[in-house]
Design a protein around this ligand. Structure first.
Ligand SMILES: C[S@@+](CC[C@H](N)C(=O)[O-])C[C@H]1O[C@@H](n2cnc3c(N)ncnc32)[C@H](O)[C@@H]1O
Length: 287
């Protein structure tokens, strides 16, 4: 996804950090379907872009680059994730300085820091320290995986030395600060309930049958049914609702709506389906 030009090179932005299920690589394909004209023409108000599962933010940052809305509500149930947005929005220079210091450390020191950060209990942490911790874990964790156990403890082993793309982080900060952005740490149902006529909701939940250990609660079929109900309720209020999901019968059955097949290069699968399927679904909920 093209994000901007800096220092003469075209920057590509796959989100603020590596994140399982991140939409950076297919954002253009998704935006080819997400038609905002309907929202723009709505008499009620200028549309807001609302993302209840913002994760690494690839879609929100691309929506900002495309100028799709002036106001954004970015939310996620993970306080770790939201701490990064809050810190970049409010105190980016200190965070970027600390990341530069970390990146300059030799591998053994990074590994020791990573293992120390992994053990930290985040509940009472200052937001900026929490953000720093997530970015270090994401940069150094094996395969860029973020996974917590049922007690909410991050349990990915050390993988490699950190390399942060400071140009991209600076560009992301600029995008966030250019817009009116509300950041919320909460369950999707509360976020979806905020949407009104003409707003656009893009929901990208953990997929059925794939990685769902972003939070201690996980995300099962019942949670998908709860999400489907929340999106259909929003659609009945004239909200333009879109959902990404894995390409399987269960997703189609749970959500209904108008289904588009999106080709992807990574493998996606539902339980019982063949791994290596090269499509996922984009679903328009409502009429
Ligand atoms: C597939 S990822 C989103 C990826 C994002 N679109 C991107 O491009 O990086 C799913 C996100 O849902 C969040 N999540 C899990 N359960 C949730 C819940 N009940 N309410 C809100 N967010 C939740 C996870 O923390 C994770 O960030």
């Amino acid at each position: 996804m093209t994000f901007g030009v800096a220092g003469g090179r075209m920057l590509r932005m796959n989100g603020l950090f590596r994140w399982a299920g991140g939409k950076g690589r297919i954002a253009d394909k998704l935006f080819a379907h997400i038609d905002t004209r309907q929202a723009e023409q709505h008499p009620a108000r200028a549309p807001r872009w609302i993302e209840p599962f913002v994760g690494g933010g690839a879609m929100a940052l691309e929506a900002m680059r495309r100028g799709l809305a002036h106001k954004y509500i970015l939310a996620d149930a993970s306080a770790d994730v939201m701490s990064v947005y809050e810190t970049l929005y409010q105190d980016a220079p200190s965070l970027l300085l600390e990341l530069r210091r970390f990146q300059a450390m030799p591998k053994t020191m990074q590994q020791t820091q990573f293992l120390w950060q992994r053990r930290q209990v985040t509940d009472c942490m200052f937001t900026c320290l929490r953000a720093m911790r997530l970015l270090i874990l994401q940069a150094c964790g094996f395969n860029g995986l973020y996974r917590v156990n049922k007690s909410g403890v991050y349990n990915v082993p050390f993988g490699r030395c950190a390399t942060f793309d400071f140009e991209l982080l600076a560009e992301a900060v600029k995008r966030l600060r250019e817009h009116e952005v509300k950041l919320l740490t909460q369950d999707f149902e509360q976020t979806t309930a905020l949407a009104g006529p003409g707003d656009i909701v893009y929901a990208d939940p953990p997929y059925l049958g794939t990685h769902s250990a972003y939070t201690a609660q996980g995300f099962n079929v019942e949670t998908h049914r709860r999400l489907a109900a929340a999106l259909w309720r929003a659609a009945s209020r004239d909200v333009v609702c879109w959902l990404s999901g894995s390409d399987c019968e269960e997703t189609r059955a749970v959500y209904g709506g108008t289904v588009y097949s999106i080709p992807v290069s990574r493998s996606m699968s539902c339980k019982g389906a063949t791994r290596g399927t090269k499509t996922e679904l984009l679903i328009r909920i409502g009429s």
